[in-house]
Design a protein around this ligand. Sequence first.
Ligand code: FAD
Length: 378
Amino acid sequence: MWKSSSNKLSRVVSQHGIGRRVLVVGAGIAGLAVANALREWGAELEVVERTPTPDPGGAGIFLPGNAVRGLRALGLEEPVVDTAVRIGSQRLADSHGRVLYEVDMTDLWRGIAPTVATTRANLRSVMLEAVDGVTIRWGTSPEAVVQDAAGVDVTFNDGTTGRYDLVVGADGVHSTIRRLAFADAGLQHTGLHVWRLLAPRGGMDPVWSARLGRGTSFLMVPIDPDQAYCYIDVGAADADAGLDGLAERFDRPVPELASGTVVHSGPIEQVVLPTWSTGQILLVGDAAHATTPNMAQGAAMAIEDASVLADALWANTSVSDALQDYERRRRRRVEWVQRQSINRDRTRGMTPAVRDRVLRLVGKQLFHANYKGLHAEP
Ligand SMILES: Cc1cc2nc3c(=O)[nH]c(=O)nc-3n(C[C@H](O)[C@H](O)[C@H](O)COP(=O)(O)OP(=O)(O)OC[C@H]3O[C@@H](n4cnc5c(N)ncnc54)[C@H](O)[C@@H]3O)c2cc1C
């Protein structure tokens, strides 16, 4: 899928999936990408999702070039890009709003794909439409998993059971599959707290912009003609003061802090695990490797996971060999993103005067370096 049409051809002639049953747990970005990527493998696919209907909420999402390239591999670039806002640059400013550096997205992702921002609802509906025909059982969650050498038995909250050749846990940062099948919880608190808001777009240019305050950063990106998606983070110890307390951490007012509607507030967690699979059970997306949102790579990593998993299943006759192969291909890249994200988060703790001077001098080069490793296909 990623490399060439010849690779696609080899997939067509080696549909090891025929006669196999796959359960995907979670109909978020990762689960829907997996369901889409595995459609041609030949297996019987079933998706279960805890929410009773597609979740209508969730504000916006920024999709850098490699995320859009991932959507292209799933045949979804056009419907997403056509309904999203194309983002021309990422601009970082100090607490007064003075620009520290600006990175042109065409330069950053040259030859790869455009960078866009959209509503989560839009992305979700495009992804759902693409798996039309795949069974999705809404309001359903696994309660027990037991595996032997030949398969995995799953019991669901509605009392039904099923036996599968592969179970993919795509059920997010607080994954039930991780809890039921993996010894290591893997969940780590990052010490950050975040609020997500929706604000009127006003005359905002198609630019992702962030303002660095004292121990906080405020980010804003337009997601459609009328709305901008904003988020603001702060050390968890300071979160109790609430959103109102954050305005004074900027030297010039941030009007969207007052005019925006809060759609989510919570701690930022990451997931770090020694292995993402056990037997014929695999974790993907946030369930396997949630990372802080600093690099905006959550969707990209989840979408890439799906295509690499499809490649691995096409290339191996045994599911457990495919899962080992998958992890060998994904580990370095995903861990690199997690490391870059945490390093970038550390700038929050620096003295603003020092931080601003450093970023003004070398911010743009650092930014390019942070994303360079993601130019190659996964
Ligand atoms: C503040 C913030 C901002 C972010 N901004 C961006 C951004 O701009 N760009 C970007 O790429 N990433 C961003 N991310 C990260 C991104 O949101 C995630 O990486 C991405 O949503 C992961 O997708 P997922 O499908 O793995 O998990 P999720 O989106 O969490 O989906 C998991 C799905 O599984 C379902 N589920 C959970 N438990 C069960 C169960 N027991 N049974 C059945 N179903 C279940 C859930 O209901 C959900 O539908 C951000 C994250 C945060 C915290």
